[in-house]
Design a protein around this ligand. Structure first.
Ligand code: CTP
Length: 407
């Protein structure tokens, strides 16, 4: 049965590069993609909605109260019915509105209601690009999970040279197709991710915990989701927003995390254990706030179950287990020991003392160790890029180990 065409919402905002969006729309349609255009009012001063209607055979709304889709609320319908939302070009103004939740026209309202990946191709004058407000808004949007095709340097329409020129249509076209293709690569695969710290209560106001931000696990969950996997994220307390389309189970203690994971692990094809699970909990939880006493005090601790080791001991045929080893010394030797002891397929080793690596930042430096003796050292990357590389590595491994298909 032929698969239904991929659907892309193409949002066009007010930048001189808007005219290039018509070429992009045309190429996407010719390549078999169904394109739903939206213009901002400013974009419509550069290019005509009629151009996009003719090229895509779909309405090209501007105002959020236009209702061109019979029986539907247009911005919600567009948000829900696309595989990818591309904003080409993304002006300084649209970037600012998306970063600050201002849904005042069809483009921003639909984008903000959308749970599909959103890809922005910024295009603007160098001064506007370098403006601290733009840079702060871009950082916010990266944090919110938006994707970018960076602008290039070159001669701009305003007769200046510098960064801000929108990437070539060819590059944007290729990036859109790559993202669409990737969406199916893990279709049908069930992924379970643990993330964040656990909190082990001591009394009604205190707990033992650690510095884990949860960013690595959330990035893995999001990356697996973008490949089309069915993802469950069992998360300790974090300040992070749930990635779109991912089932999130919130837990607090290691015991709750163990129970939530064991309940779901039998149906998981791949488990990524990125959580920094507390190895111990206070042996007793005081019913009342513990009062300070004079002199030294000590705390009795009881070991928690090692969730990943439990999964390793009951691993199902074909299931993949990926663990993390946060170390401060003997990085690779300790990580490999954990790989063996916990019967893992891969372990992601990181030296949490290295600059740019570790718990709370946006970047990480890791080495992937495989049960077949593989050792893949990655450079300093964002946690999102690390997540992509981990998934690529596990995917190659899954393909390599897959039994030959009989059809
Ligand atoms: N892990 C787990 N349950 C625990 C402890 C750890 O599932 N109770 C998982 C983590 O999610 C991680 C891996 O095991 O994927 C390694 O955790 P780490 O704390 O670095 O290793 P430990 O085995 O606890 O060893 P140590 O603390 O001695 O370094």
């Amino acid at each position: 049965m032929p698969s239904s065409p991929k659907r892309v919402v193409l949002g066009v905002s007010g930048s001189i590069a808007a005219y290039k969006a018509a070429d992009l729309a045309s190429r996407l349609v010719k390549s078999g993609v169904e394109v739903f255009p939206i213009l901002t009012a400013d974009a419509a001063r550069f290019v005509q909605p009629a151009t996009f209607r003719a090229l895509t055979h779909h309405p090209c709304p501007i105002d959020v109260f236009e209702e061109p889709y019979p029986g539907e609320i247009a911005h919600i319908w567009l948000a829900r019915n696309c595989d990818l939302f591309a904003i080409v070009p993304a002006s300084m103004n649209v970037i600012a509105r998306l970063a600050n939740g201002l849904a005042e026209d069809m483009l921003t309202a639909a984008a903000m209601a959308c749970t599909a990946p959103i890809l922005l191709a910024p295009g603007m004058n160098t001064g506007m690009w370098n403006n601290p407000a733009t840079q702060a808004n871009l950082a916010k949007l990266r944090d919110y999970g938006y994707f970018f095709i960076e602008p290039t340097s070159g001669r701009l329409a305003c007769r200046t040279e510098g960064v801000g020129r929108m990437a070539d249509v060819e590059t944007i076209f290729a990036a859109i197709h790559e993202m669409l293709a990737r969406q199916d690569s893990w279709r049908g695969i069930k992924v379970l991710v643990t993330a964040g710290p656990t909190r082990e209560p001591l009394d009604p106001v205190r707990y033992l915990s650690n510095r884990s931000s949860g960013k690595m696990g959330y990035a893995l969950a999001e990356a697996a989701r973008l490949r089309g996997a069915e993802v469950t994220l069992v998360s300790g307390p974090t300040a992070l927003a749930a990635p779109g389309g991912v089932e999130v189970v919130h837990v607090e203690t290691a015991a709750q995390m163990r129970d939530a994971v064991l309940l779901r692990s039998n149906s998981a094809d791949i488990v990524f254990a990125a959580a920094a699970v507390a190895d111990y909990r206070p042996s007793e939880i005081a019913a009342q706030k513990i009062k300070k006493a004079l002199g030294d005090s000590s705390l009795e601790l009881t070991p928690n179950d090692d969730i990943l080791a439990l999964l390793g001991s009951r691993k199902l045929p074909g299931q993949r287990l990926v663990g993390f080893a946060a170390e401060t010394e003997d990085l690779l030797a300790s990580a490999r020991r954990k790989l063996d002891d916990k019967q893992l397929d891969w372990i992601v080793a990181n030296d949490v003392t290295a600059e740019g690596a570790g718990f709370d930042g946006d970047t990480n430096i890791v080495t992937l160790l495989g049960r077949g003796g593989e050792e893949i050292a990655l450079p300093l990357l964002t946690k999102r890029e690390v997540a992509e590389r981990i998934l690529e590595t596990v995917q190659e491994n899954v393909n390599r180990d897959a039994p030959p298909s009989d059809n």
